[in-house]
Design a protein around this ligand. Structure first.
Ligand code: NAG
Ligand code: NAG
Ligand code: NAG
Length: 373
């Protein structure tokens, strides 16, 4: 079964699986809850980044040498005081930061909602500075020009970490700020970039979502290190050699003058071919608003055809398919959806709740799904 499930390999394989790993991480985390002070005291120096407020070290990441990367995207929920470390701790290959500009300030604040913002939770303090220090410590002997530099995962140094930046306020105003705050990581050659001809994968791949403006992302023809989160519904394609299959009408918000993920700054695009790997990294979609809620508990044949065509279109362009806003209740339905989209070839799971992702038994629903398909 595993040969056609690359994305799910970590989650389904036996002993060295991500499933087991995140279960163990959960057990490890329990230890952190009860003994965080002595745990932090025993960390090697390089994992106590100096620029971070000591309060943020409450939940330090485990040594990344034991961490198996798994294809999940972790979000800065309120209950996570150190969202980056927590995501790394679980092995998530992506971390999502909601970024806000407030009152025209240059500082960027991070929080799930505007009321959750505080002065010391910034894009720099929670994400950029710790990443820089982590990477500096993992690349002690290599200069910035050395392309063999290490990513954040020791077991897989080539694995990039996606920093998904959700632009919560005006995209045109945020873009130059986000870009300038990335300057240090850029200068140290930690950012994946496109040079006008080819992509160069590095430790961190920055992807802009929410109000991230496509027009500004593509403005520079010779250098890009912020990539777009393309509208997955527009990429739908029929199976090759099946000209009879009709494309479903995309429920695309921009057709009705919308904004948000995949919609900002795309007024001038002429065709879905304009989204490709030179400007985009993910292609994403809100599951509930575009595929619909599976009221019967199972996806219908036409919902599956929609998903398959979307993933097919993303893959042909070299983009990674991502579904967000998947139903999270009831749990069995959530598991079924997660399993289905991963089995169909989606590249990353949006996991808002790492704790329950770690606790659930993924293997349960897979058999059901295969029987139904
Ligand atoms: C943020 O600052 C407030 C007040 O200055 C402080 O009470 C709180 O512990 C700080 N939080 C973090 C996560 O550093
Ligand atoms: C594109 O980005 C590169 C690298 O930052 C910069 O040197 C160049 O001036 C930019 N080009 C334009 C047209 O902005
Ligand atoms: C990618 O899309 C851009 C438009 O956004 C287009 O100009 C370019 O030719 C495309 N590149 C490839 C390799 O398809």
């Amino acid at each position: 079964m595993h040969h056609f499930l690359p994305g799910l390999r970590f989650l389904l394989a036996d002993n060295n699986s991500g499933f087991l790993h995140i279960t163990l991480a959960l057990l490890g985390r329990r230890r952190l809850f009860f003994d965080s002070a002595s745990y932090a005291a025993n960390l090697p120096q390089w994992r106590k980044p100096a620029s971070i407020d000591p309060a943020l070290l409450e939940y330090p990441t485990d040594a990344t040498r034991d961490i198996q990367p798994i294809p999940c995207m972790s979000h800065n929920d309120e209950w996570r005081s150190v969202p980056l470390f927590e995501a790394l701790h679980y092995g998530c290959t992506g971390v999502e930061a909601d970024v806000w500009q407030v009152d025209g300030e240059d500082e960027l604040f991070v929080g799930h909602s505007q009321t959750a913002l505080t002065r010391n939770r910034t894009f720099r303090s929670l994400y950029l500075n710790p990443l820089e220090e982590l990477l500096d410590s993992m690349n002690p002997d290599t200069g910035p020009s050395d392309p063999s530099r290490h990513g954040v995962f020791d077991v897989d140094p080539e694995q990039t970490l996606v920093l998904l930046v959700d632009f919560k306020t005006d995209g045109e105003a945020l873009f130059p700020l986000v870009s300038s705050q990335l300057e240090t990581l850029r200068r140290k050659n930690y950012l994946t970039y496109w040079d006008g001809f080819a992509m160069h994968s590095r430790a961190i791949t920055v992807v802009g979502t929410g109000n991230a403006p496509f027009n500004l992302i593509i403005a520079n023809q010779t250098y890009r290190d912020i990539f777009f989160d393309a509208p997955l519904d527009l990429l739908w394609e029929p199976e090759e050699g099946d000209p009879t299959s009709t494309p479903p009408l995309p429920h695309h918000p921009s057709l009705f003058g919308g904004s948000g993920q995949g919609n900002t700054g795309i007024e001038h695009i002429t065709s879905p071919a304009d989204f490709n790997a030179t400007n985009s990294y993910y292609a994403s979609l809100s599951f509930t608003s575009s595929i619909g809620f599976p009221w019967t508990g199972r996806l219908t044949a036409s919902q599956l055809a929609l998903i398959r065509g979307q993933i097919r279109g993303a893959k042909r362009r070299g983009l990674k398919a991502r579904y967000w806003s998947t139903p999270d209740w009831p749990t069995s339905l959530r598991n079924y959806i997660w399993e289905t989209v991963m089995l169909e070839g989606a590249d990353v799971l949006n996991v808002d709740d790492l704790r329950s992702a770690a606790a659930l038994d993924w293997r349960d629903g897979v058999g059901h799904y295969l029987l139904d398909a």
